[in-house]
Design a protein around this ligand. Structure first.
Ligand code: FAD
Length: 465
């Protein structure tokens, strides 16, 4: 046992199980203090996330109490300002898990250099990923740019690794406080009414994440390959916000899936694979966080149309499947993957609005927002990413609706104005002519663009680059 205090910097790691930094700290120290750095600026454009984080802090603090570990929230302008004051203190060792974003990876280098210089014991651990991104490369040592060979290699590499014995967190002697000027979780809880709705859908805790995984594995995974396309049914796991905030480690998901070995597991794990791929991409090609991965898109003549952008954000484009998705996003902080692709394609290809605008709006609304998946998801849709959808793949919002929401249940759930429409008009309400049931333009908007015209315009514009 080391006599001094073990500090653990919590970022996106609100879990006990497979929290490698926390496990090691409790092994080495009688007293462990975890801390979360509250940077107001971090949440300026990520408002929904602030709700999730504040609830996670409340729930995780309760859990840590059972192990005599304290959780302190420290307010700071920048991480650098906070750590600069810590470097010359000597009464602690510090532990944290990696976050796989270029800014964090660079900051780890800065911290390592300074802790070393000041003779402070520090330990950095594997974060929420299956493989460290620099472990997976092509035979010639260069990074993968295409998903399928990436995942084939990554999956094999992970399977062949000798699994480390699962270690558990130990109970500490007693709780201690370490920092001055801490704030309470209540100071972080956002005041806006918007977030109240989220309470209906989510419980941001590790227990709940594990429960959701179990539910999904028991009831839905067998039908995942098919079911994942239908937004009205419980076809996907809805684990993304829990993964993002580290309430569940992807290694735990992997292990639980293999225990049951049902049909659907392979496809499900391949989606986790996309997350790994995206993290690898942004670290090897960080320019894609600031713009197009594919430079030829830099010349694309995007349309700056605020009226269209606002209609899209509000779910008032006149295309039911698009509007239902945008309303689901605003109400729940989450949107089904199939619908993310449809609304994304609509913004970029039907409205010719730069994907960056969509990325920004998703960032502010998504509880599962993460840099790697969001930036890559948007560039996949726009066609400017690595291994992206080709520019000529333009989702037809009517056909997509008719195929994946055949009975219109998803549309009726999020657009109650349309609930009395006969099924055959639910994805094209402009063809319905009974004003006693629907006054188009009043109850629900007319389409803001005509599909065929928009498609032709998009193909023309994309062909030019
Ligand atoms: C435009 C766009 C933006 C997106 N932004 C995000 C984002 O900010 N955060 C985010 O986590 N996902 C994002 N995705 C990917 C995907 O839509 C979500 O991960 C998925 O909908 C989450 O639901 P689920 O947990 O039920 O997924 P499941 O189908 O149950 O999949 C399990 C897990 O695999 C990962 N995953 C699934 N699909 C994908 C995918 N296509 N790409 C990468 N990882 C995937 C997620 O971690 C997910 O939780 C985006 C996709 C698009 C098209």
């Amino acid at each position: 046992m080391v006599k001094n205090i073990g500090l653990v910097w919590l970022k996106d790691d609100f879990r006990i199980r497979k929290n490698y930094a926390l496990i090691e700290a409790t092994k080495n120290h009688n007293h462990v203090v975890t801390f979360f750095l509250f940077k107001k600026k971090k949440f300026e454009n990520q408002e929904a996330q602030k709700w999730w984080v504040s609830k996670s802090l409340i729930n995780f603090k309760k859990k840590l109490n059972e192990y005599n570990i304290s959780l302190e929230i420290v307010k700071t302008d920048t991480y650098k300002n906070f750590f600069e004051k810590l470097f010359n203190k000597k009464n602690f060792s510090i532990y944290w898990n990696k976050t796989y974003e270029p800014d964090y990876i660079n900051f780890d280098k800065y911290l390592s250099k300074n802790f070393k210089k000041n003779n402070v014991r520090f330990n950095i651990f594997k974060g929420n990923i299956l493989n460290e991104f620099d472990q997976i490369k092509k035979n010639d040592g260069t990074p993968f740019k295409v998903f399928t060979p990436f995942w084939r290699t990554a999956e094999k590499f992970y399977i062949e690794k000798i699994p480390p014995q699962e270690r558990k967190i130990s109970k500490c002697q007693s709780k201690l406080l370490f920092f001055k000027n801490t704030i309470s979780e209540n100071e972080i809880i956002p005041k806006k009414n918007w977030f109240k709705k989220f309470e209906k859908y989510w419980i941001p805790s590790e227990e709940h994440a594990l429960k959701e995984l179990k539910n999904f594995i028991t009831n839905d995974i067998e039908n995942y390959s098919e079911g994942r396309n239908f937004p009205y049914t419980a076809g996907t796991s809805k684990l993304s916000p829990y993964i993002k905030h580290g309430q569940i480690h992807v290694e735990t998901i992997w292990e639980e899936c293999f225990k049951i070995n049902k049909k659907g597991v392979e496809k499900f794990l391949a989606e986790i694979g996309w997350r790994e791929f995206n993290h690898s991409l942004i670290n090897y090609f960080p320019h894609m966080l600031r713009g197009n991965y594919s430079k030829k898109f830099d010349k694309f003549p995007w349309n700056k149309n605020l009226k269209f952008l606002t209609a899209w954000k509000k779910g008032l484009t006149g295309y039911p499947i698009v509007d239902a998705g945008m309303r689901e996003l605003y109400s729940t902080g989450w949107m089904h993957n199939r619908v993310r692709m449809i609304v994304g394609s609509f913004l970029v290809k039907h409205l010719l609005i730069n994907w960056v605008e969509g990325e920004k709006y998703f960032k502010s609304c998504l509880l599962d927002y993460n840099e790697a998946n969001n930036v890559s998801g948007w560039q996949w849709v726009a066609g400017c990413g690595a291994d992206a959808a080709p520019y000529f793949r333009i989702f037809n919002p009517i056909l997509q609706g008719e195929k994946f929401d055949k009975d219109g249940n998803y549309v009726k759930k999020w657009i109650p104005e349309l609930k009395n429409l006969p099924k055959k008009y639910l994805h094209k309400p402009w063809e319905f002519k009974d004003e006693n049931i629907l006054k188009l333009g009043l109850d629900y908007p007319s389409p803001i663009v005509i599909h065929e015209e928009a498609r032709a315009k998009a193909l023309n514009a994309f062909k030019k680059i």
